[in-house]
Write a new protein. Sequence first.
Length: 210
Amino acid sequence: MFVLDIVTLVLLCTSAVFSIIELGLSAYIVSIGTAQVYEYWDPNIAGTGYGGYQFGIDKGRAPGEVNFLLFCSIWTLLLAPALIILPIFLASKSRVAGKDIHSIFGPLTLALHAITMVFWLAGFAALANLYGGVNPQDIPGTLLAFAILLWLVFLTLLVISILTACGVLKSERLGYHAMFTKRGSNNSIQANDVSSAPQQPEATENVDKC
């Protein structure tokens, strides 16, 4: 189905764009860490107008939830272009080599969609739990919003993969084909057609007896 192939490509391109945004947001939070301002005594400036005290910034580690979202962004940014380009490349190679790539790339595509969907589900759930279920503001809030959007994108891709694997939807794209239908159904149908076809009478020769 041509429309289904277009929808799949649009979802994959959308996931790539969203992952770039998510990568920038999560990388920014990781870079600044959890900065804390502290005060310490500096004998070099004792007796001056500062009274001997200095202020410094101690950069701690960013929350592990943000680090995991950074990983999910990199994972998705590598996966989405691969799922866009590889089916086109492998489909042309399979026609030349005469190999059945569907039996390998179909289950692989389904598994990658499921794994990535679980990654984003765990990522945005952990970030929401970090803020106690309250919608965070500013950059963390945007980070959470795009994580939820990416989860929805890969949830949709997973549903499409399952429906095509079960034969409910049909797609010409490599990786989206029927996998869970009976393989022998076509052969049995062809066998029944052959058996039900009318048989041609055999030509007999009449031999005159002398």
